[in-house]
Design a protein. Structure first.
Length: 476
């Protein structure tokens, strides 16, 4: 029998120290509307497969096994008390691709990925357990943070357009990607479409689907333009992920030796760069849930950044052993968290608890990975989906990176260091950002930094912060 929540209290669950165990149908109502939407949106999760097959030499079935492992661990957030829809560490994906490509394909490249993801996971767990997350980021100058975000944006765009390298999908599907990314940008960022959303319910729900309408269109546009094949279907209902080959050929339990200490050391700049991105997602999670709480006094939404760090840190640590993944394990899928929060605001009849909405959505995506008709339908467009995701991410990262700069000197540092980061990797980019910051602000560092002319002289810090939050809500 499902446990009921008292008015104004937290959703029922079993306390486990920092964590709280909650199960569907027992501790929260299963939300079928969010579950069905999750079935549809699992397409976006599958878009990482072309990177895993292209950069790590995996088969489609092995890459699908990694997606399923990652998708299963998505459920850990709701199950253990974190009221969010988790996702990739999207802005850091191009940076990680650049990093692992500095190692030879095969065993060495897999070792570098394992070492990075294990280090990153343990680092996040440490910050969560000690509560040091905010303090750590406060030590990183805005110019350096801005450089990392700009570098991530540059890398994302280069990944799509760099001739002979990158994803190679644009050269193969230029018209399909151009049409689909144009539609995605219109739905996500256009001021004209924002007005339509406010005036028309159909447009509102269409906008809530993010880039999904553009991906659905690609299923038809690609074959009609002769750039993609039509989906093909076999007689099976379920997919066939290859877990055996994954363990045998791509993990430390099989053919991959445990990484040497040198790889853990060389990966430190990449860990720091990735964490700067992740910390922004944690802040955004808090902001979205605080906003939703204003509309729902009947439920006490309990979001604890330290708990979130422990959970997504544990996810990365586990994946480093059972399924090293370039998409990584992040704390938030911003676009879908916005969608669920908006429906939650309509009251208990629409969604009893934010826990139920977020959990049901992720159960939906998890189910979709096993359904062959869904996977077969989107298989031809996965490259287009990833290219579109990277271009959208590049746009968002550059916008947020610019806003992170406190002044014109910061922006200059970020532009130079960001370009170095995109072309030479995290170690070079992070090092150059730190050196430039020290050189430019060497004399009376704090005083000079505070007097720097703002990039946006007409905007207050609060206005800029609100703008960053609004931009990040659009992130896919």
């Amino acid at each position: 029998m499902r446990q009921k929540r008292e008015y104004g209290k937290r959703q029922p669950g079993v306390r486990m120290g920092l964590l709280t165990l909650r199960l569907p149908f027992i501790h929260y109502r299963f939300e079928w509307a969010d579950y069905l939407q999750g079935l549809l949106m699992c397409t976006v999760c599958l878009a990482i497969i072309p990177v895993l097959t292209g950069k790590l030499g995996m088969s489609f079935e092995v890459a699908l096994a990694i997606v399923i492992f990652n998708g299963t661990l998505y459920l850990a957030h709701i199950t253990f008390g974190d009221p969010v829809i988790p996702g990739w560490v999207t802005p850091a994906i191009p940076l990680l691709i650049t990093y692992v490509e500095t190692f030879a394909p095969g065993v060495e490249r897999m070792q570098s990925l394992i070492a990075f993801e294990l280090s990153f996971g343990l680092f996040c767990i440490f910050l969560g357990v000690t509560g040091m997350a905010k303090k750590f980021v406060s030590f990183i100058p805005n110019a350096v943070q801005s450089a990392i975000l700009l570098g991530a944006g540059f890398s994302a765009v280069m990944l799509v357009f760099k001739p002979g390298e990158g994803l190679k999908s644009f050269d193969s599907n230029p018209w399909t990607i151009t049409i689909c990314i144009g539609i995605a940008f219109y739905l996500l960022f256009s001021e004209h479409f924002k007005k339509l959303r406010r005036q028309n319910k159909i447009m509102y729900y269409l906008g809530n689907l993010g880039m999904m309408p553009a991906l659905a269109l690609a299923i038809f546009v690609g074959p009609l333009l002769g750039e993609l094949a039509w989906p093909t279907y076999d007689s099976g209902i379920f997919t066939h992920p290859d877990f055996a080959t994954l363990f045998k050929d791509f993990t430390v339990f099989g053919a991959i030796p445990f990484p040497p200490l040198k790889m853990f050391i060389t990966g430190i700049p990449m860990v720091i760069s990735t964490y700067v991105v992740v910390f922004g997602d944690v802040i955004q999670s808090q902001a979205l849930l605080d906003d939703a709480q204003k509309y729902r006094p009947d439920e006490d939404i309990n979001y604890n950044p330290n708990r979130s760090h422990v959970i997504f840190g544990a996810r990365n640590t586990i994946m480093s052993f059972i399924g090293p993944d370039i998409s990584m394990c992040g704390p938030l899928w911003a676009a879908m968290q916005v969608v669920v929060c908006e429906r939650y605001k309509h009251g208990p009849k629409a969604m009893e608890s934010i826990i139920g909405g977020a959990g049901s959505f992720r159960f939906g995506t998890w189910t979709g990975y096993f359904l062959a008709p869904i996977v077969s339908t989107v298989k031809p467009i996965l490259g287009v989906g990833l290219a579109s995701t990277m271009l959208i991410q590049g746009y968002v990262s550059v916008r947020v990176g610019v806003l992170k700069s406190r002044g014109f000197n910061d922006l200059g540092i970020a532009g130079v260091a960001g370009a170095i980061l995109a072309t030479r990797g995290a170690a070079w980019g992070l090092g150059s950002a730190i050196i430039l910051t020290v050189l430019i602000y060497m004399s009376s560092f704090r005083k000079a930094y505070e007097k720097e002319e703002p990039v946006f002289p007409c905007d207050s810090p609060e206005t800029i912060a609100n703008e960053i939050a609004e931009i990040m809500k659009e992130e896919q």
